[in-house]
Design a protein around this ligand. Structure first.
Ligand code: GLN
Length: 486
């Protein structure tokens, strides 16, 4: 087996036991990148030189008998909206095309302390707005399962990279589904942690009350390893939660007999693709056979999640993106004759269509005349959705729903109709609105051989339970073992 196809836990163990060197791992992964990246285009930037320098240092420390951390020597790809000291962080936007941060996001610091090696920055929808990575101003990332189809988004580069073994693992961000949806389109594991579990310091903000960083991996066990590394209170992020540190690997293998799995049948009855529905039902049967109890639940307000999301997220985005004015941050227009013109031209040139659409929508819902009708009402519905989940979790331990209503689509299929694109997020968005953790695990294939995702949701800060169910599901179905032919 080639080193590039190994999981995080396997690579870390082999390095630690001196079965392989860190350089050998990097050689294998970068070689694979050389052969495959041209077809897939997952990366915006490769950081080969830094990676090899770091590998040498880590190997020296290891050879001196030092502990180099639980991810010691493991390569990782990072979504390009997470700040990396001295490495370009573009958000796949012309606005930040040349932005080189002079500090690391907290998650990057934590990864480096755990011995991980950053091998590159991955492509995404501009400022994380989108569901297909087609909104990138830089390049078009392809789905390794079918190069004519999208990898999902907005963390499409991260998902595609892990799927075709050009990164053993990656970080993404999830505001309304951007980790789970591409994970499901590319047949990898994607975890969105509870809001506040992982620091957002140094992560370029899209919608601050919804954004969360999380791992994309080849296995649920790897997701738990990465969560162990990145979770935890951070003084630099006031929304980060002060909860005791947990070991997410500890109980991951416990069996799920007697676990109550909630199924919101009514919520998922409309607009779902036949193959996705069939796979979902088969997967529920598997869980039943494994001893779980399937319980019908109601999520009455979940159907309002999309309008609620597109009010709250765009409102927050319009405010967060105000800083890119050509003066404080971002691209600056060359010709201008007044300050106003500088702002307008810089923003007109720097932002793509989808970002502009959302800034306008967000500004509208926050405007004094419409604030009560939209933004305030959106916040009220948000509370109702939170209560929906609270009630559901009185009856069950974990909720199971498909990750997306459809599998990956062809390039251009949904770009002309933004609403159709937004509908792809119907099953992922409620989780962000309620601040809950959710994981997408490979859950089967459609008639074209495209991957289908199975999503599990748990109570806030109950990732242990969530990972346990996901792990058992994965081990008993093995859909994650199937790889694309690229
Ligand atoms: N697809 C959703 C959007 O376009 C979610 C994006 C995300 O999670 N960053 O807003």
């Amino acid at each position: 087996m080639e080193l590039y196809s190994l999981t995080v836990s396997e690579i870390a163990r082999k390095i630690k036991e001196k079965e392989i060197t860190i350089k050998e791992v990097l050689d294998s992964v970068y070689n694979r990148i050389e052969n495959v990246e041209e077809k897939v285009s997952a990366y915006v930037t490769l950081t080969k030189e830094q990676a090899y320098n770091r590998a040498t240092k880590l190997q020296e420390r290891l050879d001196n008998g030092e502990d180099i951390g639980i991810m010691g020597g493991v390569p990782i790809a990072i979504k390009d909206n997470i700040c990396t000291n001295g490495i370009k962080t573009t958000c796949s936007s012309k606005m930040l095309e040349n932005f080189v941060p002079f500090y690391d996001a907290t998650v990057i610091e934590k990864l480096e302390n755990a011995g991980a090696i950053i091998i590159g920055k991955t492509n995404m929808d501009e400022f994380a707005m989108g569901s297909s990575t087609e909104n990138s101003a830089i390049k078009k990332t392809k789905n390794p399962w079918d190069l004519e189809r999208v990898p999902g988004g907005s963390s499409g580069g991260s998902a595609a990279a892990v799927a075709c073994d050009i990164a053993p693992c990656a970080l993404g961000t999830d505001t309304g589904g951007s980790i789970r949806q591409p994970a499901s389109f590319c047949n990898v594991v994607g975890l969105k942690p509870t809001y506040g579990l992982v620091s957002r310091y140094g992560v370029v903000a899209y919608a601050s009350s919804l954004d969360q960083v999380g791992p994309l991996t080849k296995s649920v066990e790897d997701a738990a390893i990465l969560l162990n590394v990145i979770a935890g209170k951070d003084e630099k992020d006031t929304t980060s939660a002060d909860i005791p540190k947990k070991d997410y690997l500890k109980s991951i293998k416990d069996d799920i007999k007697g676990k109550k799995i909630g199924v919101p049948t009514e919520f998922i009855s409309d607009g779902i693709n036949e193959d996705v529905k069939k796979a979902y039902e088969e997967n529920l049967n598997t869980l039943k056979e494994l001893g779980a109890e399937i319980i019908e639940i109601k999520l009455d307000y979940a159907k309002y999640s999309l309008p609620t999301y597109y009010i709250i997220a765009t409102a927050e985005a319009s405010s967060n993106l105000g800083r890119y004015d050509g003066i404080r941050y971002g691209h600056r227009a060359k010709d201008f004759s007044s300050l106003d013109e500088l702002y307008v031209k810089s923003r007109t040139e720097g932002f793509g269509d989808e970002v502009k659409r959302r800034i306008m929508l967000g500004t509208y819902v926050l405007s004094s005349g419409y604030y009560d009708a939209y933004y305030k009402r959106g916040q009220k519905v948000r509370t109702l959705i939170i209560d929906d989940f609270k009630k559901a979790f009185e009856k069950c331990d974990v909720i199971a729903i498909p990750t997306t209503p459809n599998t990956s689509f062809k390039f251009g299929e949904k770009t002309s109709n933004p609403l159709e694109m937004y509908l792809e997020d119907i099953y992922t968005v409620p989780v962000n609105i309620a601040g809950l953790p959710g994981i997408s695990v490979p859950g089967g294939f459609d008639k074209n051989g495209m991957p289908i995702g199975m999503q599990f949701i748990s109570k806030a800060f109950d990732e242990e339970n969530l990972l346990q169910v996901a792990y058992t599901f994965e081990k008993n179905t093995g859909f994650n073992m199937k790889k694309p032919n690229v």
